[in-house]
Each structure stands twice: as C-alpha cells, then as structure tokens.
Design a protein around this ligand. Structure first.
Ligand SMILES: Cc1ncc(COP(=O)(O)O)c(C=O)c1O
Length: 468
C-alpha cells in the first residue's frame, strides 16, 4: 500500500473526485458503503473519518441519563482495556493468568455476597447470559430431584413478578418453562411473599426476585420470600430455590445497605447474577453468575473438552469473547476497593436525593414509589396534576433544548396507567450538573406550558422500553 499523504490510492481503488479528499475523507460527496462489501478498501484515515462522522449522530455519553451501563472509565482503566483487546477469554491454556484473574473476581464477588464457603461461578456477557445459565441450573436441579423421587418432569414453571427484565420471559420461551408472572399494581411495583406463595407448587423450578428494578430501582422483598420458601420447605417438603437478579443492585446494596440481607445470608438464595457493566463500573460486555456452593451448578451443564492443548471446563452460552472487561473489573476491584465503591455509590445516592428533593419542591413533579428508602441511585418521577403535556413531551423537549437523554416510559401491564421519567444519577452526573439539569427541566416545562405538548395523544400512548 502507498504510504504518505491522504489521497494517494491503493492500486485499483476508485479515484476520489477532485477536492473531496482535501478534508481527509472520501465521503464528502459519496454515500457510505452499504448493502455490499466494497470491492476495494480505503486508506485508514478515510475509514476512521467515515466512522467518526457517522457516530457523531449518536448521543453524548455524559448526557445519557437513560442507561444503567457504564459510560465512563478512568484513563488507566481505558489503557488496560486497550492493551488487552486481543485477548480471547476462552484461551485458558494460552492466557492462564487471565483465567486466574476471572476466578479472583468470582471469589471476591462470592465473598461480597456472603457465600458460606467455597463457591463456583462464571463470567458472562451480561446479566442476560448469567440469568439464562442460572435459570438453566434451576431447571436441571429440579429435574434431577423429580427423577430421583420417581416423579414426572413435565411442565416446569418459574415464578417472578412483572417487575423483571424481559430476559426472564425470554428464558421461559427459549427453554420451555411456564412463566408464572405476578402482576404489578399502580400502588405496588415490587413483589413480596404474599404475591409469590399462591403460584408455587411442586413443579416450580425456582423463584426469581429482583434487587433494583429497571422501572423504579426498588427491590423485591427478598428476605420475606426466602422466609416463606423456608416455611413451605418445613411444612410441605417443597424445596424451592431463590435466584436473585441483582443486575444493578448487586454492586449497590453491599455498599449502601450492607445490613440488609438479600444474598447468600438467606438460606434459599442459591444463585445471584450481577452486571459488571452496570454498577460494577466497567464498560459493556460483562456480567457475573455466582452460585451459593458448587453443588448448585449441575455437573451436566459443565462441558469438558480438549481445546488448544488443554482440558477445559466451560459453562457459558458463548465461546470466544473478549477478556479485556474481566481485566477491567479486576482493575476496578483493586483500584477502588470496598471504600472506593462505597464512596462512589454514596455520591450517586447524594445526587439522586438532591435531584428528587428539588424536583418535587415546587409541586410540578411527584416521585414514583417510595424515596429516601433502599433504592438504586436513580430518580423515577412523573408530572403531578393536570398539564397540557405529558412525560413523553418533557423527555422530547429536554432532548431538543439541551441534549439530555431522559427516558419516558409506561410501567408494565396492570400498572400501565403510570407514565414516568427516569434519571440515572451516575458517577459522571455531579452536583453541579444535577443543578443544571434541574434548571433545564424547568425550562423545558416552561416551553411546554406555553406551546402545549409535542405529540398527538395516540403517539404518547406508545410504550417505551427501559431495559438497558
Ligand atoms: C434487573 C435486570 N435484570 C437483567 C438485566 C439484563 O442485564 P444485561 O443488560 O447485563 O444483560 C437488566 C438490564 O437492565 C436489569 O435491569
């Protein structure tokens, strides 16, 4: 390939129209390749500029108050990631120290979640993969118990509330399990033992409880559900395990609410998933699944194979994937320690409370669900009283005026009379930005007060997902 100044071409490349390469891109007067792999390539600068120009249309990460997923890591962490992007997680023989670091992370998480003794677990692509694997373990263990007792293994079911992420429905459909979904109510947005008990029977493979829902950031009554399951075990001999979906809460509760038992301190909690890429503060592509004890992972789900000269055990839905985020998680663990995570979580909570207190102060908004209680550091709120516009209008106006990405959405069926806005108060949303955001929300409402809503009513009724 010819080096040197831009505009010198690979042999056989289409000539660039005169003048269009002057600013470093061949695409000022051409469409971006699409639909068919281009016959020839292009100089690296052109490819980079093409992508850079396209991605300008994406939102600015620090104004993205919608996602739970990490949008900022410190430069040293970014360097660790950049230097290890080539590393395939599955190459345990070639990268044994990476495999060891994964195990260290699992042991640290098991300890953080109060596992009683030795444990096992795995790194996953996110909580979704962790939940699929955890729920598969529930199904396999239920089947083994039934077979041992000489009972049929037809029609397994799984009990959870409608406050769960869509991945739980997905698991049930993909793996042929009946979902027993507890509806929410406008005035009850999480579930407790009284909701769960009527749905549990001998075919229940497990109950899933959420620590930090996507909708309002509150937790199901995990301890209450555990006590109820223990009672059923004592009274009826039904041993129903509890899986805690701590996708977000698993890195929040241990630091903000350390005395609240939700984890392996509770006897029926057999497995927990957590997203490293949410409050674990790592960029996307990382989740964790931790079992209470090795016996909670059925041996048949672990595959042993000879790969690249080593006998390897795998328990994943994927095979090859990057190891950089595992290393980044370990970086955060040693860099921040418990004290660092606690400080960051407390700061986020401080800013969430500041935002929520001021949002309700003049009566324009009200909070959804209890506040100043155990909750993820977020603010879920809605318009108080009658206005000529709705929450979707506020979200659009705020985006139009200042570029803030604040989602508006409806709660799931049975509670879908409630429309709300949600702001995640992440590490990068400091106090000064919270105050700015408050001013911007007030401005957006003032604009809407003058000109009315932005959308026709039927458009406002379109349900928006929040499952980030
Ligand atoms: C409670 C809960 N469970 C599961 C998930 C899925 O997690 P992931 O995006 O890590 O796959 C989410 C995502 O927001 C969630 O909030």
């Amino acid at each position: 390939m010819c080096g040197g100044p831009r505009g010198r071409m690979l042999a056989g490349m289409t000539a660039i129209e005169p003048g269009t390469d002057r600013y470093g891109t061949a695409f000022l007067s051409r469409d971006a390749p699409d639909g068919r792999l281009p016959e020839q390539g292009m100089p690296p600068v052109d490819a980079m500029r093409l992508l850079g120009d396209e991605l300008v249309l994406d939102g600015i990460p620090m104004r993205n108050l919608a996602t739970f997923v990490t949008t900022w890591m410190e430069p040293e962490a970014q360097r660790v990631i950049a230097e290890n992007l080539h590393r395939n997680y599955i190459d345990h023989a070639e990268y044994p120290q990476t495999a060891e670091i994964e195990q260290r992370c699992i042991r640290m998480l098991a300890d953080l979640f109060h596992a009683p003794g030795s444990t096992t677990g795995t790194r996953t692509q996110g909580s979704s993969e962790a939940i699929m694997l955890g729920a598969l373990a529930l199904k396999w263990r239920w089947r083994a118990r039934r077979e041992q007792a000489g009972l049929d293994t037809e029609r397994p079911n799984l009990v959870f509330g409608n406050d769960v992420h869509v991945v739980w429905d997905k698991f049930c459909r993909y793996f042929d399990v009946e979902p027993r979904i507890i509806p929410l109510r406008d005035d009850k947005l999480t579930i407790g033992p009284e909701d769960v008990e009527p749905h549990v029977d001998e075919r229940t493979i497990g109950v899933a409880a959420v620590l930090g829902t996507t909708f309002t950031g509150h937790a199901d009554d995990v301890a209450g559900i555990n006590d109820m399951l223990l009672r059923l075990k004592g009274e009826q001999g039904l041993d129903v395990p509890l899986h805690v979906d701590a996708a977000s809460g698993g890195f929040v509760w241990p630091f903000l609410y350390p005395d609240t038992p939700w984890d392996f301190r509770l006897e029926q909690v057999r497995s927990i998933n957590v997203s490293g890429h949410k409050y674990g503060l790592v960029y996307p592509g990382l989740g964790w699944l931790v079992f209470r004890e090795p016996a909670d992972l059925p041996g048949e789900l672990v595959f042993y194979e000879d790969y690249l000269g080593k006998r390897d055990a795998t328990f994943t839905l994927n095979f090859s994937t990057g190891a950089a985020m595992v290393l980044a998680q370990y970086y955060n663990f040693v860099r921040l320690g418990r004290e660092g995570y606690r400080t960051i979580m407390e700061t986020m909570r401080h800013n969430a409370r500041l935002l929520s207190d001021r949002l309700v102060a003049d009566g324009t908004f009200e909070l959804v669900g209890e506040h100043h209680t155990e909750q993820l550091p977020l603010v879920a709120f809605r318009i108080a009283g009658e206005r000529p516009y709705d929450e979707f209008d506020v979200a659009s106006q705020l985006a139009a005026e200042r570029g803030w990405m604040v989602p508006a959405y409806k709660l799931p069926p049975d509670a879908d009379d409630v429309t709300l806005l949600r702001v995640l108060c992440k590490e990068t949303l400091g106090q000064s930005l919270v105050v700015t955001l408050l001013g911007d929300i007030a401005e957006a409402c003032a604009t809407l007060d003058q000109k009315g809503g932005l959308h026709a009513l039927d458009r406002r009724r379109v349900k928006t997902g929040t499952g980030y």
